[in-house]
Write a protein that binds this ligand. Structure first.
Ligand SMILES: C[S@@+](CC[C@H](N)C(=O)[O-])C[C@H]1O[C@@H](n2cnc3c(N)ncnc32)[C@H](O)[C@@H]1O
Length: 326
């Protein structure tokens, strides 16, 4: 079967805010645009599995209302920033801060810096790069006010650097580490990383200037219990739910979540994945083996037959599928 990369996250990478961060299971803006083109009367949309906020940003760009729900707090923060409006003054303020952040990052004298407790961190980034990331992260936190638009912009740019500078390679569902490149002299590498960081902040600032006309709300929620809409009923649901392929979102999101403090220890990653539909990271898989249905009835009468059919091949996969519904 031919892969249609125009229907995946790849298509979004060159479209301003849509390209801020890649998430392999994100879908293309084309999908959302086509649905909305076919239904011009829709004006209040729900995406109960919103991930990086693709649906919300397309709706916002068209002046529509959209509620986004996701169970992952990092994605809720990120989609919130991605669909926010920034004033020209806020963007100017952010631009002015680039020099301050880089200057502050150079001044820290300690040899050892804080690093997130991500397993095998040396496989993600070479030591010199870890050190620079840590200095930049500290400088962002110390130079910019908490919860300010400028800080959000810098954190998005920081997340872009995390992935660009890492040795991680994403091959469809799996993730591996590339061969490590030769390291340059320290000072050369630092200069290269500093200009890469600067370019990333500028990229985010430039695309953040786009005006979002619609009203987008991003809510941290478990979509098995969808909260009430703000007033009237939704006109439609546009979403891509967790896929039945044992793909873990945490796996790909770990670097962002550890650095930004959404995960403080390995166990939390497994716990969060256990809450999510389809989570299979860490503790989630062993719990899945012993999971029993909670008795909640599924409205589709052929559901049990499907689960029994899957169980003939694999009990784990049958539990995985059944648990997503309950
Ligand atoms: C396929 S991804 C959505 C990608 C999205 N369309 C995009 O373009 O970025 C599915 C999302 O469902 C979320 N999720 C999984 N279980 C959930 C639950 N019970 N309630 C809400 N969100 C959940 C995951 O965190 C993930 O972000």
């Amino acid at each position: 079967m031919n892969r249609r990369s125009d229907l995946t996250f790849k298509h979004n990478l060159k479209h301003g805010r849509h390209g801020w961060l890649r998430l392999t299971p994100a879908y293309s803006i084309k999908v959302v645009r086509e649905i909305l083109d076919e239904h011009p009367a829709f004006d209040y949309v729900l995406d109960p599995f919103s991930g990086t906020g693709t649906t919300g940003l397309v709706c916002g760009e068209r002046g529509l209302r959209c509620d986004l729900l996701d169970i992952n707090p990092f994605l809720v923060w990120f989609a919130g920033v991605k669909t926010s409006n920034f004033t020209p003054d806020e963007l100017l303020e952010a631009k002015k801060k680039i020099r301050d952040v880089l200057a502050a990052s150079k001044e820290y004298k300690q040899q050892k810096f804080w690093l997130p407790p991500i397993k095998d961190i040396d496989r993600w980034w070479p030591e010199s790069c870890q050190n620079f990331l840590s200095r930049i992260y500290k400088a962002i936190n110390e130079s910019l006010p908490e919860n300010s638009p400028a800080k959000d912009i810098f954190l998005v740019a920081f997340c872009r650097c995390l992935m660009q500078w890492s040795n991680a390679a994403f091959n469809h569902q799996s993730m591996s580490f590339k061969e490590r490149k030769e390291t340059l002299f320290d000072h050369q590498e630092r200069d290269l990383l500093a200009s890469s960081f600067e370019r990333n902040v500028e990229m985010v600032i430039d695309s953040a200037a786009q005006r979002i006309e619609g009203e987008v709300r991003v809510i941290l929620a478990d979509s098995r219990q969808v909260p009430e809409p703000a007033d009237k009923q939704y006109d439609c649901v546009i979403t891509s739910p967790p896929y039945p392929n044992r793909m873990s979102y945490i796996r790909e999101l770990r670097p962002y979540m550890y650095w930004l403090g959404y995960l403080k220890e390995a166990r939390e990653a497994g716990e969060l994945d256990w809450q999510a539909i389809g989570g299979t990271w860490g503790i989630a898989t062993s719990r899945l083996s012993n999971w029993k249905p909670n008795g909640r009835e599924i409205m589709y009468s052929g559901f049990q037959e499907i689960i029994t059919g899957i169980a003939d091949e694999s009990t784990l996969l049958a539990n995985y599928t059944a648990r997503g519904m309950k």
